[in-house]
Design a protein around this ligand. Sequence first.
Ligand SMILES: [Mn+2]
Length: 427
Amino acid sequence: MRIDADLIDQHNQTRLAAQQSDFQALGEQLERNGTDINSLVNRAAQFGVAIPSWGVGTGGTRFARFPGLGEPRHVFDKLDDCGVIHQLTQAAPTVSLHIPWDDEDPTALKEQASSLQLGFDAMNSNTFQDQTGQPHSYKFGSLSHTEQATREQAIEHNIRCIEIGKTLESKALTVWVGDGSNFPGQVNMGKQFDRYLQAMHQVYSALPDDWQLFTEHKIYEPAFYSTVVQDWGSSYLIATELGPKASCLVDLGHHAPNVNIEMIVSRLARFGKLGGFHFNDSKYGDDDLDSASIDPFRLFLVFNELVDIELQQGEKFRPAYMLDQSHNVTDPIESLMNSAIEVQRAFIQASLVDREALAEYQESNDALMASQIIKQAFRTNVDSILQRARMQAGGAIDPIAAFRESNYRNLVAKERPEVSGAGGGIV
Ligand SMILES: [Mn+2]
């Protein structure tokens, strides 16, 4: 592991007395409502969210990119950084790779990940930019392109992602395309969607039996007039048309402002088509800000639905949780640790909702009390539960403080030269 276990142990020792005191006080508070705090510690310990490999590098905007100290040079450095995130938080046991950005020998990737106690989450295919030497350009689309040869190239790329993923023991492929149009009249929207569906059928048919395919919608960008997979309705139609292994992925930033995302979550789950999430936060559009940095209540409300669905559907309901963020002004490792904890926090807070009382208030149309029940769970400070879960698994009581104490960033900076910001911009 990259962080010395003795350092973590020392870090925890200096905070242990305060941690125990907080934990005991919260335990007593929860006990009054008949909730066993230790069951919540176990629940927190079971929780994991995947780290996107692209998230550990500094992002950027379409204007500029300001590189940070000791950024990962390649996917092996990225895995090291993900290893640190998981080591300190114990809440991020898997990595989600992006092909071709992370296109290296899968056996070597698997070996390094295993040595860091990491597994692999969904594979992500990239057909929204051209790679050097690529015969057919994606300027006017990929899986829905008017030319068959371009569509075939995009299909082949997705199938290759599945092949790489098999070695990594990934079990899912996430497909997001930027295909669409910038001018009214530029495309025939019906024909474009048909071409996309036809191509996706071919990708789907290459999927192993125990794999899932996630279709990710996004309201706009890079196509600004129309987008092939624009909304959860289109995504649901695609997943339904493809078959039982296909389901919808909800990225919190991919909706119009003020859209009720938790309602979408409820709808998709009701029809067995909620596959997973890309967590992030936003104020205006697809801002890719840190999870819960703007609207923690919305994240909580999403988990409120998820916990409710889990109670109804049981063990078979296991959506894939991933972060999908861009870090421009913070250390990516710190932001990702913080976000993993925030997502875990929302999960535990949502688990505190008194569902019996809530159902009674809902049945009797007591809007005020129903809302109070929800708020009461959201207001509960569950820090000491999360801290206990981390500590028991070898993580740090305060991961960001421990990360700074370890001097990791300065140490890796010696072997990782600064990457030029020229040509910047995130895609
Ligand atoms: Mn996403």
